[in-house]
Ligand binder design. Sequence first.
Ligand code: PEP
Ligand code: MN
Length: 360
Amino acid sequence: MENTKEMRAWLDDMGLDHPLVIAGPCSAETEEQVLRIAHELKDTDVNYYRAGIWKPRTRPGNFEGVGALGLKWLQKVKAETGMKTCTEVANAAHVKLALEHDIDLLWIGARSTVSPFIIQEIADALEGTDKIVLVKNPVNPDLSLWLGGIERLHKAGIKKLGAIHRGFSTYEKTKYRNIPEWQIAIEFQNKFPDIPLINDPSHITGNREMILDVSQTALDLNFDGLMIETHHDPDKAWSDAAQQVTPSKLVQIMRDLRIRKETDTETEYNIKLSNLRAQIDVIDNQLIETLGKRMKVSDGIGELKKQKNVAVLQSNRWNQILGAMILEGESKGLSEEFVLRMFKAIHQESINHQEKIVNS
Ligand code: PEP
Ligand code: MN
């Protein structure tokens, strides 16, 4: 893609001294609710007011949004508070209605980004407009679908673009609702360094207690903004109740975040350094996660050995692992000595675990 610099002009031209903030309820529920939250957010750092009008729910039967009626409420928000508005669009009819109601920014949801057909339909419907369009990552951890979504919009002539990182679904249960897989967001930045990248800690965590931490990691990784679901009475929200915060909590989160400003005293060196350090932190967390998983599997082997009354140490097997890992390590630029030391430590921990199991 050429001219990617112009894609972030919409954000740079805002001249913000803090990350871009998009906030508002998961869903528009009633006119009163939409306006109440908007008025509570009016004099804060919030730049765009969000509310879902058409709600893609995983299972039918849950609240599926108020539909086009909610667009009128968003128009009222703009008239009464001056805040710019945004909503999710998932087909050509949504785009047409959103344009008719002067919505300022449209985003494409994670369930739409998985389908090039839907993205193309939305891109075609947007042709010739100058709206800001943000593409959420697809629900599955597939960088190409995400990049492809941006490329299709770009081809349709959309010049004001951005991406939202909202985490990825996994079958495995984790502490996140959608695991962040930060390395995919980092790869996205490497491919499209000029496209504003916004983090959505609400859908990543599914839990309001973790929003500050995830937002901080995103800012440390040079994200350009945050989308945080905000509701005046989160526990009573009609969708995503556990992850929404009150407007005052949002203000507190913005205060607590360490926001790096590119001041004269902060050289490019420092910015690069802290970005690389944040990447290292992400990888170190993955290392611990992976080692924990390995140990669980090893515990399973310990249980089997106990049942069959087999010795914990199986030297043949261990020599095979070591040989294979030394070769693998070499291909990644890791010395034999390092691989040996590391695997000896891992192996020792496994033996300690299995000894405990066998003797229990
Ligand atoms: C939302 O922003 O409310 C939403 C439905 O998000 P996602 O597409 O990330 O699930
Ligand atoms: Mn939501």
